[in-house]
Ligand binder design. Structure first.
Ligand code: ZN
Length: 444
């Protein structure tokens, strides 16, 4: 073989190994539909997990449910040499001032932290909800199995902990069960404040809420599609940032949107059979979820969810009316689909937790020039950087160029007006950070 041919072969081999990593395929393989089914069934069997339900019984109510979840995380930790730090994080909510709170109570979240080896203060969070509700959200005694809403997200989070605790990661991964979702996102608020008070550097929050239904109320059956909801730009950004955007762009390029694009891309790469839908909005029309309290404080956070909802099986007392069976019961959950969406979470948590941090400052310039200039801060642990760009109408980062271990680069022949640009840091292992959209201007 000629020397040049060998070089070309080596070149292509290195491209292939840089694009995919066997560890990620192993993680997909390891996620178990049977264990997810078992855990959803256990959660359903607590009768109701309404946040204001009984806390003393060992068999019924939110108290029994959260103790079981904590015990599960502790069992997982035992199997990985105590790799998880498991604890309750709680806040007291009162009836006064809250019209959906039937009585004063502690809203208790269960937290399990797998500490990062290199960036321990950098956190990637996966959450599900402990709590469920009946038709009347104030009713804390009637059965509310909440099999899909949201035992599915909770079971997926526990299963991700089981799988990922077999590995070590550079960033910290946090597995969370949140409470008080149905009465006003109390648990998410509590944990978001806790994270802020503890100066957590949050790379992203993956809020899983309803990941098990494949048959929509419209009759569509689809076990491949799922939704990633992300707000366009941070809601708490300064007025000045919003004003500058009129002139420099970025209306659909906030930090949560970049996280959504990352998940979309990783899924397309490793699970091409899946059909991730990026939904360009905070959440469903007029409805909410536990990623919002994180967004409220300026953290990147998205919601992962089934594509086809069934409203007769959400927030409904179990009953039959006019031949329609109401209720969020076990038999409607598709465990294989919940497994797939759990795998989507796990591979993205693993990829982000293995990648260098994203550059924090990215500056761009190129007004009235036939070139676009980018300049960024180097980050610890990157072997180099990749410039991403796309047409202004495209939802995804469609083009990229690896530019090596430099902190500035000029793309010749690019008219800056016609594209959006961003920078990702690339690790020695090939894993990439989230893309950072420019947040400063280079003036000539
Ligand atoms: Zn709900």
């Amino acid at each position: 073989m000629k020397q040049t041919t060998i070089y070309i072969l080596l070149f292509f081999t290195s491209i292939i190994t840089a694009q995919t990593n066997q560890k990620i395929y192993d993680i997909i393989e390891a996620v178990s539909a049977e264990r997810i089914e078992k855990d959803i069934e256990t959660l359903v069997n607590f009768g109701t997990r309404n946040t204001f339900s009984d806390t003393l019984s060992d068999t019924r109510g939110i108290g029994a449910a959260r103790r079981w979840i904590k015990q599960e995380f502790e069992n997982i930790s035992k199997d990985c040499n105590n790799c998880l730090d498991v604890f309750y994080q709680k806040d007291y909510v009162t009836k006064k001032g809250n019209n959906r709170v039937p009585h004063d109570a502690w809203v208790v979240n269960v937290i399990a932290i797998q500490k990062g080896t290199k960036y321990p203060n950098s956190y990637i969070i996966m959450s599900g909800d402990i709590d469920s509700r009946a038709s009347d959200t104030m009713d804390f005694t009637t059965d509310a199995p909440g099999a899909n809403d949201n035992a599915s997200g909770m079971a997926g989070t526990i299963e991700a902990a089981r799988v990922l605790s077999n590995y070590k990661f550079e960033h910290s991964i946090v597995y969370v069960g949140l409470s008080g979702e149905e009465q006003g996102l109390f648990g998410g608020k509590g944990l978001a404040n806790y994270a802020k008070n503890h100066n957590w550097d949050i790379v992203g929050v993956f809020n899983n809420d309803m990941i098990g239904n494949i048959k929509g109320v419209d009759g569509v059956i689809d076990n491949r599609a799922f939704r990633i909801f992300s707000e366009p730009v941070p809601a708490n950004e300064p007025e000045q940032t919003r004003n500058l955007r009129r002139f420099y762009g970025g209306e659909v390029d906030g930090i949560s949107r970049q996280l959504a694009r990352y998940i979309h891309k990783t899924t397309k790469t490793y699970m091409p059979e899946m059909n991730p839908m990026m939904i360009y909005r905070l959440d469903r029309f007029g409805r909410g979820g536990h990623h919002r309290p994180f967004n409220d404080l300026g953290f990147p956070a998205i919601r992962i969810m089934e594509a086809h909802e069934n409203y007769t099986q959400q927030h409904q007392d179990i009953r039959e009316e006019n031949g329609i069976k109401y209720g969020d019961v076990l038999e409607h959950v598709n465990f294989n689909y919940a497994k797939k969406l759990t795998a989507v979470n796990a591979i993205n948590l693993a990829s982000l937790a293995s990648a260098p941090p994203a550059p924090k400052e990215v500056a761009i310039g190129g007004i009235v020039e036939a070139s676009a200039k980018l300049k960024w801060n180097k980050v610890d642990g990157a072997k180099g950087y990749k410039i991403y760009w796309r047409d202004t109408t495209s939802p995804t980062w469609d083009y990229s160029r690896y530019v090596g271990d430099v902190s500035e680069f000029t793309l010749e022949g690019f008219v800056i007006d016609n594209y959006f640009f961003g920078i990702a840091a690339i690790g020695e292992n090939g894993f990439e950070s989230i893309v950072t959209f420019p947040n400063a201007i280079i003036r000539n």
